[in-house]
Design a protein around this ligand. Structure first.
Ligand code: CP
Ligand code: NVA
Length: 306
């Protein structure tokens, strides 16, 4: 049996593997129902709420002929009711693959460290790799080539932003982050992305001016100003992020054809206005749909030969 592989961050896959996953995603999008997961069981562990991740993984496993169960904090409470190590070792006796949404990134790393079956990061405070893969697959679908395209991420330099930095730099896309002072992306991730982007003839930059970030870009991306776990900071953040909104003015600075993206859930009227979210340039529901297809390809890749 091949060595166990996990998908904790974008850097777990090589450039070639991402191309392979995108190709598989295209195939799976055309041909939804397969039987490759017959007799396979997948467990989803959620420490936080979820609509897209939960439903897309559950439906995805079902479409591939497997069984899937979703475990809420009330049922499992990993790391509290028992150690992550014990939960990982136990779940490995039942399941073929685990997807986990956690608060602290080190929790999903620890789960992967002890699990004998592949672990997928379904969002942590540091990364949201499944989202970034689905997003960039969506850009590829709409635009064809990725190399040389510029994506502006406006708002909080959070988990989604960090994963987008990893994937854009790996694939030779330019990325500009427009974030308030003190709310930029993780510094180490940014530095690595800058090195990687340079090797690909691209760039990754951070500015505090949203218009500078959005100028002439091919893609405008945003996410909530307060992520799950930061609810208490929401009111304070709403003031700090006020000018980091994707609205008609900001869209006017980007290319006319610029795609508008959001990982969802969105707070209409905060980080994105109603009119922009519902505009023809908005591909937010295509991104949501592509979570399903891309995650099936990810799971198939991790279960290859197992
Ligand atoms: N985008 C995303 O992960 O959505 P959920 O939080 O609903 O899963
Ligand atoms: N940054 C958001 C993404 C939700 C999908 C959060 O972590 O809550």
């Amino acid at each position: 049996m091949p060595a166990k592989r996990d998908f904790i961050s974008i850097s777990d896959f090589s450039f070639d593997e991402i191309q392979e996953i995108f190709k598989k995603t295209e195939e799976l999008k055309k041909n939804k129902f397969q039987t490759v997961f017959k007799n396979k069981a997948v467990g989803l562990i959620f420490q936080k709420p979820s609509l897209r991740t939960r439903v897309s993984f559950q439906v995805g496993v079902w479409q591939l002929g497997g069984q899937c169960m979703s475990l809420s904090p009330a049922e499992v409470n990993i790391g509290v009711r028992e150690t992550i190590k014990d939960a990982a070792l136990t779940l490995s006796r039942y399941l073929d693959l685990i997807v986990a949404r956690v608060f602290k990134h080190k929790e999903v790393e620890e789960l992967a460290q002890y699990s004998l079956v592949p672990v997928i990061n379904g969002l942590s405070d540091l990364f949201h790799p499944c989202q970034a893969l689905a997003d960039i697959f969506t850009v590829k679908e709409k635009r064809g080539a990725l190399k040389g395209q510029t994506l502006a991420y406006i708002g909080d330099g959070n988990n989604v932003c960090n994963s987008l930095l990893q994937i854009t730099s790996m694939l030779g896309m330019n990325m500009r982050v427009g974030a308030p002072k003190g709310y930029g992306p993780n510094k180490d991730i940014l530095m690595l992305a800058q090195v990687q982007a340079a090797k690909m003839g691209a760039s990754a930059v951070v500015t505090h001016d949203p218009k500078e970030a959005a100028y002439d870009v091919d893609v405008l991306y945003t996410d909530v100003w307060a992520s799950m776990g930061q609810e208490k900071e929401a009111a304070r953040r709403a003031k700090i992020f006020k000018k980091y909104q994707i609205n008609k003015d900001l869209v006017g600075v980007a290319k006319k054809s610029a795609l508008v993206m959001h990982c969802l859930p969105a707070h209409r009227g905060q980080e994105i206005t109603e009119d922009v979210m519902d505009s023809p340039n908005s591909v937010v529901f295509d991104e949501a749909e592509n979570r399903l297809h891309v995650q099936k390809a990810i799971m198939m890749k991790l279960l290859e030969g197992r």
